[in-house]
Ligand binder design. Sequence first.
Ligand SMILES: [Zn+2]
Ligand SMILES: [Zn+2]
Length: 226
Amino acid sequence: MSTPAGSPAVLTCKAAVAWGPGEPLLLEEVQVDPPRAMEIRIKVVCSSLCRSDLSQWESKALPSLFPRIFGHEASGIVESVGEGVSEFEVGDHVLTVFIGECKSCKHCVSGKSNMCQKLGLERKGLMHFDKKTRFSIKGKSVYHYCAVSSFSEYAVVHSGCAVKISKSAPMERICLLSCGVAAGKAFLCFISRHAWNLLVSLRSLRSTAVTHPLINERNTNLSMGL
Ligand SMILES: [Zn+2]
Ligand SMILES: [Zn+2]
């Protein structure tokens, strides 16, 4: 990998590039642009492989989004920061986040949702704000995945799509928090909340079932154990 003197500047590094849907990933030299306003460029230390990466790599629905660099769960170290970034500095350890937080949209300020309207799930292989890529190979644009693309030695992400972590945290394990563990925990919370709602509904069903013979019949079965 070569890094020009002075930072930030375009750098060249290795990345696993998919040239088409389902085609083998090839280790290529890619150019990585410097971070633009409110972005950071990170040296990727560890990246996980998620089922979502495989699904999108296999999918033939969007062949125009190739060549592409997949990967959306990663831990890394901030290599450079763009204009206006105040939360991060060079050397910070971070996790990437593929659904970011702008801290100003309706959802971000609600305290009830993480479905950011500005830094939500990016599906077009581009960066959120300028709709361009930060990767290229000899001038040819290489598309992102989830505005992260961690199957690369370096990646540019929006500062709202990263969180600072302790420098003592083990990079190889904590990168799983970037998607897998967080998604699994959220799923369990979702299931437990809905299981509770179902329980409440069934209890309410039992209390009203006497008015309807059909429900009453079901209630006989459902009431056991409630
Ligand atoms: Zn994932
Ligand atoms: Zn937001």
